[in-house]
Design a protein around this ligand. Structure first.
Ligand SMILES: Cc1ncc(COP(=O)(O)O)c(C=O)c1O
Length: 362
């Protein structure tokens, strides 16, 4: 008869993993919104030093990392949850707040992990379309909340569309949904925001105990492979709940050490952000000159609508044949689009030259 898996397994979507693992360094990896820069030598050294005592379990309370995050953000240590990437904290929030009969509300397309929260917990999924400018429609999201809603997710800037909803609109939503719904601001790309102060949202935490802000070391800090992120909780009870549903050692020792070290190099982070933001503008202009429509990006990637007559699949395959990996929009909920990570100038030149060959002549 064989094994019988739990019903919910069938509902869990398969994560649309990008290609690009075990490829040569000459391939331009513009598919996973990673940093194009390696971590600083001091950060690598901190991770290696921690590995010297890898026969011991890591600090389950991640006390050093939480203290460093508290110093950077001004949020109290007991409101800071760390995790095996910010996804770990996100999934734990789902476990802690959702169950059959309860509702999860989020915009779509957004981060491809979100449907997993309802699938694993048996909660009802409520997806709200983006507006005509590929932005979250916060009024429609607020209107979708019912007495059964326990969790509302806002991806800001949104993956895959790169757009930002300003803090004033976020606060309006927080006021309208009330304090019985946990609102998660997924800010994996917040450091790349230039239209408002990147840390402006942190002050909302003191007014909204139902708010959680997720941040990660996978993007601007360049530590995607180590898996480390954190959640800033409006109230310590949320932090306790996400810790309760996880196994005790959810953040490995090298990741904790590397993240602490990375936080002490703020100037270098700012320098890298400035370079990425310049490249974001240059790439966007280059793509528009080829007839693409590019959403207003506040992240380290672009959401690109291909010109009429272009075929998404063929374009992705043509780029791949030229050693350039980008993401096809269909798998991310947006047919006719590409999601392109901002990389290095040389990679962009190759990409634009290749697209000039692949896209219909204007
Ligand atoms: C919106 C968003 N949130 C969270 C994550 C995951 O971050 P982490 O690597 O910290 O789990 C990603 C990664 O691509 C993302 O796009």
């Amino acid at each position: 008869m064989g094994l019988e898996f739990a019903d919910r397994i069938g509902r869990i979507p398969v994560y649309p993993a990008a290609d690009g693992y075990a490829l040569s360094e000459s391939v331009a990896l513009l598919a996973s919104n990673e940093a194009p820069f390696a971590p600083l030598p001091e950060v690598v050294a901190a991770a290696a030093e921690a590995a010297r005592t890898a026969h011991r379990y890591p600090d389950p309370g991640a006390s050093g990392l939480r203290a460093a995050v508290a110093k950077k953000t001004g949020v109290s240590v007991d409101q800071i949850a760390t995790g095996n990437g910010s996804c770990d904290v996100l999934l734990a929030l789902g476990e802690a707040l959702l169950q059959p009969g309860r509702e999860l509300v989020y915009a779509w397309p957004a981060f491809s992990m979100y449907p997993q929260l309802s699938a694993t917990t048996g909660a009802t999924d409520v997806q709200v379309p983006l507006d005509a400018d590929d932005r979250h429609d916060l009024k429609a999201l607020a209107a979708a909340v019912t007495p059964e809603t326990r969790l509302l997710l806002i991806c800001n800037p949104n993956n895959p569309t790169s757009t930002l909803v300003p803090i004033a609109e976020v606060e309006e939503l927080l006021q309208s949904v009330g304090d019985s719904v946990c609102v998660v601001l997924d800010e994996a790309y917040r450091e790349f925001v230039t239209s408002e102060e990147p840390d402006a949202t942190l002050e909302l935490l003191s007014r909204y105990p139902n708010l959680v802000i997720l941040r990660t070391f996978s993007k601007v800090y360049g530590l995607a492979a180590l898996r480390v992120g954190y959640g800033l909780c409006g109230d310590a009870t949320l932090r306790t709940a996400v810790d309760q549903v996880r196994q005790p050692f959810f953040c490995n020792a090298s990741a904790q050490a590397a993240a602490i070290e990375a936080l002490s190099h703020g100037d270098e982070v700012d320098r890298r952000v400035a370079l990425m933001v310049d490249e974001r503008e240059r790439l966007s202009t280059g793509l528009e000159a080829l007839g693409c429509q590019v959403a207003q990006s506040q992240a380290n990637f672009l959401w690109v609508r291909l010109p009429d007559g272009a075929d998404e699949k063929e374009t992705v395959a043509g780029l791949s044949a030229r050693d350039i990996l980008v993401r096809a929009g269909t798998a991310l909920g947006g047919a006719g689009h590409l999601r392109i990570t901002v990389g290095l100038p040389e990679q962009h030149e190759r990409l634009l030259t290749a697209l000039a060959e692949l896209l219909p002549q204007r």
